[in-house]
Design a protein around this ligand. Sequence first.
Ligand code: FAD
Length: 397
Amino acid sequence: MSHRRLDHHLEPLVEDERFALYQSIARYADDELAPQLLGWERSKVLVPDQVIRQLGDMGIFGLPIPEEHGGQGGGLTDLLLAGLALSYQSQSVAITPGAAVSLGANPLYKFGNNSQKQQHLSDLAAGNRMFAFGLSEPGRGSDAANPEVVATRDGEHFILRGEKCWSTNAAWASHIVVHALTDPDGRNGHRSTCFIIPRDREGVHYQEMEGKTVWPLSSTGSIALDGVKADAGDILGDLDGGFEVMITTLNGGRLFIASLALGSLAFALDKTSKYVQERKQFGGPIGRFQRVQDVVLEMEIALERNLTWLIQIGRRYDEGTMEREQASKLKIDCSRVASSLLLDAMEVCGGVAGLDEFGLSRHSADLFVTRVGEGSNRALMTQAVRPLLSDIADQLQ
Ligand SMILES: Cc1cc2nc3c(=O)[nH]c(=O)nc-3n(C[C@H](O)[C@H](O)[C@H](O)COP(=O)(O)OP(=O)(O)OC[C@H]3O[C@@H](n4cnc5c(N)ncnc54)[C@H](O)[C@@H]3O)c2cc1C
């Protein structure tokens, strides 16, 4: 019998085979990851290589990649189930295959040419190596359409200069997909190109970002590009079609971020409902107070509602019928609701919730990332409201 309330809500929503996949990953997270997390976090290490190998052996890096390319032949919905299963214990661990697939292997599968797929896809699907996603820059966060990293033509070649930052999985990446300005005078959204750049190419300098207090086990790198040479064979998708590659990629990535938020919420629900029945004050369990019960019930309602929504949108993504705004709306709501309820959960548990070993503070800190990662919620709201205010669309800010 599972101890996760999440399973109770998930089982009727997905096929038996999918639920079994979720359960096997959840078992791994509970048995192999959970006992080690605190030690890894206190000793400030990144996700150990052995864990990455085990996640690869379970096929997680290839879940939505077709079998002909070495993947499992499933859909993004399967990756969302892996996200829920792993992030219940640790968002840091979950984002490692999550970003590698949704921001690495998936865009390669969708936009790569045959030769690029032959060269990389089966390795990525096996988790033998990863691609990192180089959209954000020190001066270009939400305003990412016109990068400051430039790729200047030099005969048959391009020369890339500038800096990317916040690149998840940079430590393990064999390549970075770099979004660079190629046509400054082009139409809006048609000025940039994505290049698949090997991390060990001359002029590429990777550094792990220091001082990060969220997703502590996840690698987050900055990548300096100092006169890096690229050619037409390195282009992912079309020349000057880089923004399309990036925004299409983020649609799937945002659903994965929503799954992380719900995994954390599910952990908080179980932890809190157990603790408030055990902890006694004023002569009985604190769970007998209605103000404490309210938080437990609000978490339960939010989990059931948003999980149903997540699976529905995941299926629409896989069928190709999801509207772009739906990924944004889902991510906005899951991250806001989960992070706000996490603080309430910590409050009703009391001071103990401030200890790392209790587990809630890890999830609360990581939920911050779900509010800003893959598009800051507040910037995404402008995009999500656009279809509702179409008569004044050109005035929205
Ligand atoms: C742990 C972590 C991992 C990440 N991984 C990756 C990765 O793998 N690859 C990658 O490319 N990036 C990655 N990112 C970067 C992430 O995508 C950016 O943080 C995000 O896009 C927001 O950009 P910014 O942080 O520069 O915020 P800014 O763009 O500086 O925005 C700051 C704030 O200003 C407000 N704001 C900005 N624009 C608007 C607007 N239009 N309307 C209303 N309010 C607005 C919002 O409140 C916003 O939060 C990661 C970030 C983190 C924290």
